[in-house]
Write a protein that binds this ligand. Structure first.
Ligand code: DGT
Ligand code: CA
Ligand code: CA
Ligand code: ZN
Length: 583
């Protein structure tokens, strides 16, 4: 069993113990151990075989035994027993916003509520009102939470869907007789959430059956919902639906273009084709003439690639990320599409955490991981002191961290750790460190982590006030949303972007797959206002650094070019930029 699965199970054990009302220290020990294991940079099996697992801070004897059992036998008796001692539906109830283990435990013990459905019924019948700590308002909130949960269960995060898609694709794409293959749909367009996975392939006729079979019999398939000559559909064990379409190779560019979408982009393409006397669909171009209307043979215009399709309509090639009918057709017509930023343009990143606050890895481990990605710098921004839940740093510990960074930086010539902080924006818009402390950092990320319930006007004022502070370099996760979990706090982002523009501040695209915040829909406005964007992973473990690629997807979707993204500056340019902020 790999460390990620072990970490997941430890976390679940922690939650199950909470549901049982166990000692909070014990519960927390499992949650902490989960984070520690997720952040391991050495092979977990080696740690166990050498017995070194016991020397890791925060992993006691009992937990070490559980980990050992999981890694060596792929299961844990303790976990299985714990799980079967509680109704399955309780864990699902925890996915309702505002419903935590304490509430679930009470609902189960006092009202015998064991599932989301039962909870919904009880709320509608007004049964929660009599429980201590619950009231009419709680019932309303829970009902709203259940509705939101149902809505989002039909969607997946981009990162989850991509992983599932890749596993299906890898098997299908290596079948004999296959010619071309591509993942299409919203995934190819890099949408932040995904409805279903669409795979398009072309193949020689005799191979089609075997290709379909490789898809429907894939180990990740939960059940088959359709199986045919040209299209098969399955539901994956991850809960995501996946479609496979197989076409002749001459049709491939058209099928790929159609199934990449978006629907709105397709509609524009089809309308444009009509202006050229052509009909465009997922199989090809055909002449729209009277011959065709009389049912005679169509004259088809051949295209070998998607590029050819756009060219046939006098358009430059439109990258999939831009195909949302937000002006891309007009720009392609004028040959004024942006040259989108690429992953390889990124030279480093900001907003990463270490074990000084709530991260799992040391400064050195994070730096080494950044170097492995060929980056030239890494900005560390641990939490500030008010963030007690995240082990935020006091002024004293900031000094200690700075010393350690200075020490490390002496070892490298072509790499540098920048001293940053993720300072909390307090509810009145003040910052959690005074100016003197803020001035000791190379840069400052300011973020909201508390008091979400404010009016839009108040929240906007709060954030703009923070941006006005001369030491603030960038705004972290600007809207606070957690995709499929928590909506953004009410905020006037246009006003915030205008303020960032006035004060010369950067706005982050938080690249954590659950955030992807700033939203791509706002990027072009930021660009128009000359606001630079930083693509930051908000990494809490070394593996998290590579989340930057999701942020690059958002930036591309938001029409951003290399020059719009601050962390495309190389080390020398970045040194210069950061020192210019402090003079
Ligand atoms: P999703 O799956 O909801 O995240 O979003 P998509 O864009 O992947 O949508 P999906 O899977 O329903 O269909 C894939 C593509 O097929 C879609 O982007 C455009 C094309 N398509 C589907 N239905 C229609 C339609 O009724 N009209 C047009 N023009 N295109 C369609
Ligand atoms: Ca889709
Ligand atoms: Ca689909
Ligand atoms: Zn944060």
């Amino acid at each position: 069993m790999d460390k990620n699965r072990v970490a997941e199970i430890l976390d679940e054990i922690g939650t199950l113990l909470e549901l049982k009302g166990e000692n909070p220290f014990k519960c927390r020990a499992y949650h902490n151990a989960s984070r520690t294991i997720a952040g391991l940079t050495v092979d977990i099996k080696t740690l166990i075989e050498s017995g070194e697992i016991r020397n890791i801070k925060g992993i006691g004897e009992a937990i070490a035994e559980r980990i050992k059992e999981l890694v060596l036998t792929e299961k844990s008796e303790y976990y299985d027993e714990l799980k079967s001692s509680l109704p399955e539906g309780l864990m699902k109830m925890l996915s309702i916003q505002g419903v935590g283990p304490k509430k679930v435990k009470l609902l189960y013990e006092k009202l015998k509520i064991k599932s989301v459905d039962e909870l919904e019924k009880a709320c509608k019948a007004g049964k929660l009102g009599n429980l201590e700590g619950f009231g009419k308002k709680t019932e309303e909130n829970i009902l709203a939470g259940i509705e939101a949960l149902r809505k989002r269960s039909t969607k997946s995060l981009y990162s989850t869907a991509e992983l599932s898609a890749r596993r299906m694709f890898d098997v299908v794409a290596k079948q004999p007789g296959l010619i071309r293959a591509e993942i299409a749909g919203s995934l190819r367009r890099k949408k932040e959430t995904i409805g279903d996975i669409d795979i398009v392939v072309s193949a020689r006729r005799p191979a089609v059956k075997a290709i379909m079979k490789s898809f429907t019999t894939h180990g990740d398939v939960e059940r088959i919902t359709g199986e045919g000559e040209t299209k098969s559909s399955v539901v994956l064990k991850s809960g995501i639906n996946c479609d496979l379409r197989v076409v002749d190779d001459s049709e491939f560019p058209f099928a790929l273009n159609y199934f990449t979408g978006s629907k709105e982009h397709n509609v524009r393409m089809r309308t444009r084709a009509k202006e050229y006397g052509l009909s465009l669909n997922e199989y090809g171009f055909s002449k729209l003439d009277s011959e065709e209307k009389r049912g005679k043979a169509k004259k088809v215009i051949a295209c070998k690639t998607e590029d050819d399709i756009y060219r046939a309509l006098d358009l430059t090639y439109i990258p999939p990320e831009l195909r949302e009918d937000t002006g891309e057709i007009e720009a392609a017509e004028k040959n004024s599409l942006p040259t989108l930023v690429e992953e390889k343009d990124i030279c480093g990143t900001f907003h990463c955490h270490t074990n000084y606050s709530d991260g799992s890895n040391t400064l050195l481990e994070m730096a080494e991981a950044a170097k492995k990605l060929d980056w030239q710098y890494l900005g560390i921004a641990d939490h500030s002191k008010v963030a007690a839940y995240a082990n935020g740093l006091s002024e004293e510990r900031v000094k200690k961290q700075h010393k350690e960074i200075d020490g490390l930086n002496q070892k490298w010539t072509n790499f540098r750790i920048y001293k940053g902080t993720e300072v909390d924006i307090l509810s009145n818009g003040d910052l959690d460190f005074n100016d003197k402390t803020l001035a000791s950092f190379d840069y400052v990320v300011a973020s909201v982590h508390s008091s979400f319930k404010m009016s839009e006007a108040e929240m906007t004022k709060r954030i703009i006030k923070a941006l006005k502070n001369k030491y603030v370099t960038m705004l972290g996760h600007p809207t606070g949303r957690l995709l499929l979990q928590r909506d953004n706090y009410p905020i006037d982002m246009i006003a915030v972007i205008n303020a960032a523009s006035d004060y010369g501040k950067i706005i982050e695209i938080n690249a954590h797959p659950m955030r992807l915040d700033l939203d791509w829909r706002l990027c072009s406005y930021a660009k128009k206002k000359n606001v630079k964007i930083a693509i930051n992973p908000d990494a809490h473990v070394t593996d998290g650094l590579s989340d930057v690629r999701y942020g690059v997807g958002v930036a591309r979707k938001g029409w951003l070019e290399k020059k719009d993204v601050i962390n495309t500056l190389n080390l020398k340019q970045m040194n210069h930029f950061l020192s210019s902020l402090r003079t």
